[in-house]
Design a binder for this molecule. Sequence first.
Ligand code: SF4
Ligand code: MG
Length: 320
Amino acid sequence: KENLLEIRNLKTYYPVKGGFFRRTVGNVKAVDDVSFEIKKGETLGLVGESGCGKSTTGRTIIRLLNATDGEIIFEGKDITKLRGKTLQAIRQDIQMVFQDPYASLNPMQMVGDIVSEPIRNFKNASLKDLKGEVMDLLTKVGLPEDAYYKYAHEFSGGQRQRIGIARALALRPKLIIADEPVSALDVSVQSQVLNLLKELQKEFDLTFLFIAHDLSVVKHMSDRIGVMYLGNMVEIADRNSMYAEPLHPYTQALISAIPMPDPRRKKERIVLEGDVPSPLNPPTGCPFHPRCPAAMAECSQVKPALKEVKPGHRVACHLY
Ligand code: SF4
Ligand code: MG
């Protein structure tokens, strides 16, 4: 299958200001030389603890943030530096579903207004012209048609996320970046929203970048999974390969933390020592070395490159 999206050596740095004159005193390397691709029609799960750069990666791809360096190739075109009208055109193809449906929707805005907004911005169509289309979208995300006339604040969290999903679908995008789309929702509705996303993927021929903070949520959603740590991609593989044989010590720890009812499972939970270091002052060598149970002398000196060690399975670790 061909790639819909290719990310090459992406870096997104934030300047950090300090002192009396608020001068730039350093950079947070939120995304530090990350490369991966997403094939047409697949779901790539992107996983890591908060602050690992996964949301920044998503926001850089959709150009809510500017890349410091590297390339974002969408359908063979470099979109890294697009501006103005050409950037607007990309917004038709790439949409985002945000983490918090409470914060990302205006509670006092009519749902019909919210969902049709991307189309109205883009195509100069009136709300009246779009009514049928919007009602159709509402039905597709499992909301009643009369939701059209209600306000966002009248809905529960799960329903609000359905509104956010309908809005993201309005322009018939090719790629949806879903940034922890269920982590703000009650556990009881999380799987409903995940199932909805899977159904919509088939129906609308969508490709997903699905961002989550743990490996249990992405398990049933993803064809491939990438694991990030401190701005770096530390492992990327097909789902089955990733869960059956995780290679990076960090991934192994994440997987060992997933509760599994299987009594034959012998593996103990791997508890990592310490906290994630500050991205303002990242460790030398392997970014994971201060917490890694397998660290060796060279790990604090030399940063391991991401390399393919089995077909389709890449890892950044000196053990391989
Ligand atoms: Fe651990 Fe060294 Fe591998 Fe980093 S390179 S994950 S410190 S073994
Ligand atoms: Mg985030």
